[in-house]
Design a protein around this ligand. Structure first.
Ligand SMILES: C[S@@+](CC[C@H](N)C(=O)[O-])C[C@H]1O[C@@H](n2cnc3c(N)ncnc32)[C@H](O)[C@@H]1O
Length: 213
């Protein structure tokens, strides 16, 4: 089976069982902090959460008054998201779709969020990811990204000689601080990069702004 088919099956099982390692409903602190500042400058707008999972960030923006869309290629994730948000007045819109074939027009969104999707994209597909995602963001729009740091470990003895690994049927890519400028620097100003470390886990949270065009 092709790597992405195996990976899709991994995510399908993750949402079938509900036993996965990432947060379900609690938004990440850097996203909460961004929203607090952004709300003062731009109290309305369109937000797209790529690989939204159970919708924690799309829901955060919808509750704050934005038109938020959560996109994921797992129907099980979106079913869970809708179930979790049942009863809330301001809900995001959820779309079943693939990050490589996004059903939106260019210059649609004020904010893009990718918390944990890009690091499952093969290095050689980075360009295809950028070509799919970047045009959707308006000029000077904001991109919030979270990826595995090279310091991330799956277990205490985890040693890697390269910056990616196949782990339990899915592909994980690990980033250095400088990776983001190398990947995004042509089209984005990097405004903030912070590393969050918690035990074996280590992530980079990146805030970028699309350059004016
Ligand atoms: C680690 S989870 C993170 C979920 C969510 N962003 C969060 O922070 O809670 C990665 C998500 O990306 C989704 N995903 C991976 N590859 C995708 C693709 N090519 N198109 C759309 N979604 C994808 C998975 O189904 C999964 O929900």
């Amino acid at each position: 089976m092709d790597l992405y088919e195996t990976q899709k099956a991994y995510f399908e099982e993750a949402y079938r069982s509900g036993e996965h390692g990432w947060p379900v409903s609690e938004p990440s602190l850097p996203v909460i902090q961004f929203l607090k500042a952004f709300k003062k400058k731009k109290p309305s707008g369109q937000v797209l959460d790529l690989g939204c999972g159970e919708g924690r960030h799309a829901a955060l923006f919808a509750r704050a008054g934005y038109r938020a869309v959560g996109l994921d290629y797992q129907a099980g994730a979106l079913t869970r998201a809708i179930h979790l948000l049942n009863g809330l007045r301001s809900n995001p819109c959820f779309v079943l779709g693939d990050v490589f074939q996004l059903p939106f027009s260019p210059n649609t969104f004020d904010v893009l969020i990718d918390y944990g999707c890009l690091h499952h994209v093969r290095k050689r597909d980075t360009k295809a990811y950028l070509q799919s995602v970047v045009p959707l963001l308006k000029s000077e729009g904001n991109f919030l990204l979270s990826c595995f740091s090279t310091r991330f470990k799956h277990h205490p003895e985890d040693r890697r000689t390269r910056d990616w690994v196949m782990h339990k049927g899915h592909y994980d890519r690990f980033f250095k601080k400088g990776s983001f400028r190398a990947i995004f620097g042509r089209e984005f100003k990097i405004l903030k990069i912070e590393e969050e470390r918690d035990g074996l886990y280590a992530f980079y949270h990146v805030h970028m702004q699309k350059k004016k065009h």
